[in-house]
Design a protein around this ligand. Structure first.
Ligand code: ZN
Length: 499
């Protein structure tokens, strides 16, 4: 491989990613500290950066460099191979979708959002339906431009989970569904139920913030390369391993919101801080997929954060900080933070029912994009699905098919990454425990760094070297399977609920 050509290519790629980091920083500021009246200016700033970014990504010069490097490919050099392959993918996606279509989608989503807000408020699906129709048509057009083999949905999902195929995802989801539905039903009628009121006891937000920082630090978050702030919708924004910022929000009378929110976002943040700094600004230091990203947050939030082992060490500290919990025994706390209850709203769902909310959306999206589910039938299909999976029916569409913002933003193919994240998380955690027989004891003593190291070595440092399904195999020795997730849920929830 000609090192001069590669050098020029990497310089170009780093410029693209510098623009992305500027974009991310502007967005982070918009959600945290930006004064309200700056909204219009910020819109102009973001549009300007997006324009330059698109121009750089689609430039012929980049296409020529890629072609040259592909001809000289050296299979031994996986760093170069990864960077070339991933930038090719992005360049092609950007070139294939004409600016004119991007503009039409942007306009349609703006109008759809204007309709969705009041439609959700008044539970008035017909008001949103024509917009959904238009967006589906535009996204089908986009999928056709990008290209697909078995179904257009694959081309859309590929944006978030590169290389994933809907038919394969469906197969795994079906197996999970077959196990989850009876488990949820059994838990609903279980002889033992948690006392959830203890979670509503007063815990001052400033003390919550201090406690969260202790947990994030114990997990290995580097505060000299990142920060925690407050925003309405929590998120994590990575600019480089040296600058990773995430947010949380507080509810004085519901401590799990920020506590598990911070463990979740710290999981995302550790992934971003765990990339090899030498490769900053190139695909080798960028996440594999959103599903893998979500696996890191779910692993820390659920597998670790909602385990009894973790609280063996941290619960006395929590009680010392919050006297309102002083008379609550560890077991009662552990049961309460593992409450499972079929509910209507996805974002409030627990770790057992959550996947079912996702599988419903995945199923409907796939049918809508394929043109098999007419838009006017969506509410009915939604409600039938909720009844079948969770045995509840939304009283109206605001608590049903209108609840999520994704569709009005034209985002299709994103939801499955959430459920994939849970599956990956369980499989990674099982592999880490196999590799480190002392892991449970370490966690019970508050020693979380060894787990971070394992994740760093087996997942984080690879960046985009592997596609998600390959990474699962490399890190765990096995293909993606539903069993680690189901075994984990049965192992935790059946004893808890006395089943
Ligand atoms: Zn997340």
């Amino acid at each position: 491989m000609d090192s001069e050509t590669y050098g020029t290519f990497i310089q170009h790629v780093k410029e693209i990613n510098t623009l992305r980091s500027i974009q991310a920083l502007l967005e982070w500021d918009q959600e945290t500290y930006m004064p309200q009246r700056a909204a219009e200016d910020r819109g102009n700033q973001l549009a300007a950066v997006a324009g330059v970014l698109h121009e750089k990504l689609t430039r012929d010069e980049l296409g020529d460099l890629l072609t040259k490097l592909e001809q000289e490919a050296d299979a031994e050099n996986y760093v170069a191979a990864t960077n070339v392959r991933e930038v090719r993918r992005e360049h092609d996606r950007a070139v294939k979708v004409p600016t004119e279509l991007v503009k039409r989608i942007a306009k349609a989503t703006a109008l759809a959002r204007d309709a969705w807000v009041p439609a959700r408020k008044d539970a008035d699906f017909p008001r949103f339906a024509p917009h959904l129709e238009i967006l589906l048509e535009l996204k089908r057009e986009m999928a056709d431009r990008i290209g697909w083999d078995s179904e257009p949905y694959d081309a859309l999902m590929d944006e978030f989970e590169p290389g994933a195929r809907a038919a394969v995802v469906q197969e795994v989801f079906d197996k999970v569904k077959a196990e989850l539905v009876p488990l949820v039903a059994a838990i609903k009628d279980a002889p033992r139920q948690p006392n959830t009121s203890i979670l509503e006891r007063a815990c001052p937000p400033d003390k919550q913030g201090a406690f969260n920082r202790r947990i994030a630090e114990a997990m290995g978050f580097d505060f000299e390369a990142g920060r925690i702030d407050v925003s309405v919708h929590p998120f994590c924004s990575g600019h480089s391993p040296k600058d990773v910022r995430f947010t949380t929000r507080y509810d004085e009378h519901y401590i799990p919101m920020s506590l598990f929110g911070v463990m979740h976002e710290t999981g995302h943040a550790l992934y971003e801080q765990g990339f090899d700094a030498e490769h900053t600004g190139t695909p080798m230091a960028i996440n594999t997929s959103l599903g893998i990203h979500e696996s890191q947050s779910r692993l820390w939030e659920n597998q670790v954060g909602r385990s009894r082992l973790f609280w063996e060490h941290f619960y006395p500290a929590l009680q010392a900080e919050f006297p309102s919990l002083a008379d609550v025994p560890l077991d009662a706390w552990h049961f309460a933070i593992n409450t499972v209850r079929p509910s209507l709203i996805r974002v409030e769902a627990d770790e057992v029912t959550y996947g079912l909310h996702i599988m419903l959306r995945f199923d409907l999206e796939r049918q809508m994009i394929a043109g098999k589910l007419p838009v006017p039938d969506v509410p009915q299909a939604w409600n039938a699905g909720m009844q079948q999976l969770l045995a509840i029916t939304p009283p109206d569409d605001a608590q049903g098919c209108l609840q999520d913002i994704h569709w009005c933003m034209g985002i299709f193919g994103y939801f499955p990454t959430y459920a994939l994240g849970n599956l990956y998380a369980a499989q990674f955690f099982a592999a880490a425990r196999r590799a480190m027989p002392e892991l449970d004891r370490q966690i019970a003593r508050g020693g979380l760094r060894p787990l971070r190291e394992w994740l760093r070595e087996n997942i984080h440092q690879h960046g985009k070297r592997y596609r998600a399904h390959e990474l699962v195999k490399v890190a765990t020795g096995e293909e993606l399977a539903h069993t680690p997730f189901i075994d984990y849920l049965n192992g935790k929830f059946r004893p808890l609920y006395g089943l």
